[in-house]
Design a protein around this ligand. Sequence first.
Ligand SMILES: Cc1ncc(COP(=O)(O)O)c(C=O)c1O
Length: 468
Amino acid sequence: MSQNQAWMQRDLDVLWHPCTQMKDHEQLPLVPIRRAEGVWLEDFDGKRYLDAVSSWWVNVFGHANPRINARVREQLDSLEHVMLAGFSHAPVIELSERLVQLTPPGLERVFYADNGSAGIEVSLKMSFHYWRNCGRPEKKRFVTLSNSYHGETMAAMAVGDVALFTETYKPLLMDTFKVPSPDCYYRAEGVSWAEHSRQMFSYMEQCLAAHHGEISAVIVEPLIQGAGGMRMYDPVYLTLLREACDRYSVHLILDEIAVGFGRTGTLFACEQAGITPDFLVLSKALTGGYLPMAAVLTTDRVYQAFYDDYTSLRAFLHSHTYTGNPLACAAALATLDIFETDDVIESNRQLAVHMGRACAHLAEHPHVAEVRQTGMALAIEMVQDKQGKVAYPWQERRGLSVYRHALDRGALLRPLGSVVYLLPPYVITPEEISFLAEVATEGIDLATRQTLSVSVPASAPLHFRDPG
Ligand SMILES: Cc1ncc(COP(=O)(O)O)c(C=O)c1O
């Protein structure tokens, strides 16, 4: 028995993995990782895998980054944790100062949570509570885009719309207004991203016009709907949305958990629309992919609506035990240092051009409907019929074939259903990007060449897919 197999067996005896039908592992080997460095993961048998998805979109400067390691180690020797109610510490103060300085003007307060979904809950609760504190308790509903994803806790699921994750729990979820997404995959032939996004805004305008009196906030993933299949849209939508939210007195929550910290070509995606949200939710790359943490930034106006004598009962009493953990703050500070000193945004621009070129040929593939890209995120949509953009039945799990092939070839490419995507750490080299493009091309060839016969019951939902 190899070392991998031995660890896999011990794992499968006791663990229940996230986002996984555990029965799959009767055929699909689990990959136990012993160590990692830079963009490479290494299993217990010594095989290496290029981490093309940044370990679920968190790792921006590579695994075991010497600068982040050193900062976390140093912090470990002075303070590993202290509760943040009634107490504070240098790393959380420094991090908050820097986030306020780096994010768009007007965001002046930072509240911490310990993962992305929890950060979303904070923003929704704060928005509702703000209106309540302002004497507008009827503003209690949220507007969300179709195909959006904001996490897995109850309220985060309620404002999400990826059926695979939310369908089962619908009876438990609060009701929201759902507006068609500006997703440019569906634009008509010859129509630009900007034009399509602008046209799709009319649905949002109608919803706000009709219901603004009861709406607390609109929540969106700016520019890329990640878990929804890396679907993309133009910044003009965000500019229009900011203007409409102001006009209708509705908060704007931007979920930059996946896209923040350079992924879209600017440090924050909302910079491309020249706007400041009322709530900006950050997580994932915030700590360079080292430790779980989320930050919710908001305005002084929101903060002041809670600031009062205790007996007025206006305080925001939300808390997570690990709020502002010093080790996570240290990892985040080291990550921000790298952004500051290494001209990351510019070097990403060049890497993104290379990524686009390396994958461009796939647009001609008979089973690829689209190759789309925003900054350091590139997605390739496999389809059954190219002309009509007819999706493969989800039960065929074509993406899984790509995943398996990539593992064989030494790459971690984990498609979202039939969408193969590259979202690598920013320390990847052009040669490594070319390798990923080659592996993706081979995987797509293999996956789309197969004739599969899976039984598809008539009652099966059409819009499901494999998890990513
Ligand atoms: C846009 C977006 N929001 C929220 C989340 C949830 O974050 P977490 O998994 O840390 O709860 C994710 C996770 O993928 C995400 O992509």
